[in-house]
Design a protein. Sequence first.
Length: 378
Amino acid sequence: MYLNKVKGSPALQLVNLVIEKTSKGERIISLAIGEPTFETPDEIVEEAYKAMKKGETKYTSSFGIYEVRETIAEKVRKKNRINAETKNVLFTPAKYAVFASIMAIVNKRGQILTPDPGYFYIEPITLAGAKPVYYRLNDDFSLNIDEIKSKITDKTLGIIINTPANPTGKVYDEKELKELYEVCKDKKIYIISDEAYEDLVYDKKHFSIGSLEEKPDKVISIFSLSKSYSMTGWRAGYTVANENIISNINKLVENTMTCFPGFIQRASAYALKYGDKYIEKFREEFRKRRDFTFKRLKEMKNIEIKNIEGAFYAFPKYFARIKSVEISKRLLNEYNLALMQGISFGPSGEHHLRISFAGSMETLSEGFDRMEEFFSKF
């Protein structure tokens, strides 16, 4: 029933167009997909291989193996200042965790607030049987607390936040997160905090809103290894929440996925214990690409760009009386350049484009050359 209400993924639709053109022999410059170009570090791969050779290819606990849950609990206590224990942790891919977390709190028909512009949260909210309600961000993409307050009703079950943010690259300040927490605490509203890009922060410091609680209660914190360790295809991530929420999420895992591969969990525990050197290496490379991206966009005619504080996305505004879907199609068809249309990220995303600077400097340079030529004509 709910599947009929969900549209296809805008990102995958664009990917399919790129694949189609590539299959015809056309060379496409893609600044559309959010995936690091780095290989997963060899020692993390080796850890998974060793686990497989030891026979860890069987069922595991649906909560996750004890080692990875214990490692996660220790990591979030030290790094995120979230006072979690092993019982507050479940190993699950971050994207699945968003859907599962919504399912865990939707015990009646209600509403979930989601950022505009923001990542593709509308679909999992709809799939969970809740109603998505947009809350607009400020012009600089920071949280608009008054706007959020105005959208809260007696039907509001939760609010999703994403910091560092996709597609805007915004990193929320501790002050605004504290304000949001107090609002939600007063209204007894859950906060689902998507922190998949926590390690890609350039000029500020990442703050986890879950650290404001004495122990996990109304904040559900979601993390990923995909970007931090260049492990996108591993589908490795974890959720930190109160025991009841973890139990509810586990029910969904048990009845859909059963569990997640043990060898991936072993490698994930290893990455969390010993992989900080890779985080630093990747972040510094992304910082160079961020600086290059900002400079090129700042110099571009008919383009306005805000500061890029985190993640590996820019979300520039363009000045042309053409919808972003049409702009995206024209760039792909006329310049073989793939950029994500801003409208896919919410109504406020119109007249914006999302640019991923996760690719190589050579790809970025050529892509910006094509983009600059296109927008110079308006």
